[in-house]
Ligand binder design. Structure first.
Ligand code: SAM
Length: 293
């Protein structure tokens, strides 16, 4: 296994005549300490089922196979798969799917795996989704998993540092926005570590960070109309500089007078901006708008 060293990646690539693709975000991890940190932070064991997004040459995959019960690795680039297979060798603990993860049905993959484990007399204790994600589709991958309510327990993912900061941002900070609300609505989020650009081959232009997202099994907010909730959130952050009264009253469900009444009733100053509202505030606001609509 050489996928986590610069010389190893060069050697394997030359042997297979593999040319990396910039457009697929192929920046490979070459630091064993970071690899260990990512894998450890997912808290997985032999009762865990892991879906890895974008295994590349298998830098993370090898450790994941060792620790977990089974890994399904989804990789879009058919040219890299022979390298991945050669690196990892044959094992029942790994299944490689050559597909665009955005088109993969993760819920079906998990359901199928549960059935397989059951036949073998085992039960999946934890479903974890891991990956050093390609930067160009980080947000659609995460939001796809959350919005489709894929029944995973934990996601540990590496992404561009700026995106990671937006995901974990709290109300009142400059980076707090619709992405923060969406991710924190569905998950408890935590910042695991910053990863400098120097530990990738080739080196990207930006630094990265690893986040852990634990799916909330029960949502703590009373949000009946989820569609309306996200509409209110998006309207609020679409025009960040406007007051909450001016930005949210752009949706057709409520006019300015009605919204002003609601905000007053909730004790939310209408001059506040969306970036100061908590998820709880957005949830209460949505409930009242829904009631009047
Ligand atoms: N896991 C490896 C590592 O850490 O060295 C590779 C990470 S590299 C940043 C991202 C990987 O995702 C590449 O192998 C790339 O081919 C793959 N990839 C890019 N777009 C993808 C997609 N839509 N679906 C699945 N895999 C994708």
């Amino acid at each position: 296994m050489k996928a986590h060293t610069r010389s190893g990646i060069r050697e394997i690539s030359q042997k297979h005549g593999f040319r990396r693709s910039d457009s697929l975000g192929q920046n490979f991890l070459v630091d064993k300490n970071i690899i260990d940190k990512i894998v450890e932070s997912a808290d997985i064991d032999e009762d865990s089922f892991v879906i890895e997004i974008g295994p590349g040459m298998g830098a993370l995959t090898e450790s994941l196979i060792e620790i977990s019960g089974k890994v399904v690795a989804i990789e879009i680039d058919s040219h890299i798969i022979p390298l991945l297979e050669e690196n990892l060798g044959k094992t029942d603990k790994l299944e490689i799917i050559n597909q665009d993860v955005l088109k993969a049905d993760l819920s079906e993959i998990i359901a199928r795996e549960r059935r397989r484990w059951k036949v073998e007399g085992r039960t999946i204790g934890k479903v974890a989704v891991l990956g050093n994600l390609p930067y160009y589709i980080t947000t659609p991958i995460i939001m796809g998993i959350l919005e489709k309510e894929v029944e995973m327990d934990t996601m540990v993912i590496m992404m561009q540092k700026e995106v990671a900061e937006r995901i974990v941002a709290k109300p009142g900070s400059k980076t707090y926005g619709a992405l923060s609300v969406a991710c924190q609505f569905y998950c408890e989020t935590s910042y695991v570590t910053t990863v400098p650009r120097t530990v990738f081959a080739p080196q990207p232009k930006v630094d990265s960070a690893v986040l852990r997202l634990d799916r909330r099994k029960v949502l703590p907010w009373d949000v009946e109309g989820r569609e309306l909730f996200f509409k209110v959130v998006r309207a609020g952050f679409n025009q960040r500089r406007k007051t909450i009264l001016n930005s949210v009253s752009t949706i057709e469900e409520i006019d300015k007078v009605g919204l002003s009444d609601i905000l007053e009733g909730l004790g939310i100053d209408p001059r506040r901006r969306a970036e100061t509202l908590s998820i709880e505030d957005f949830a209460k606001l949505t409930k009242e708008i829904g009631r009047r609509g």
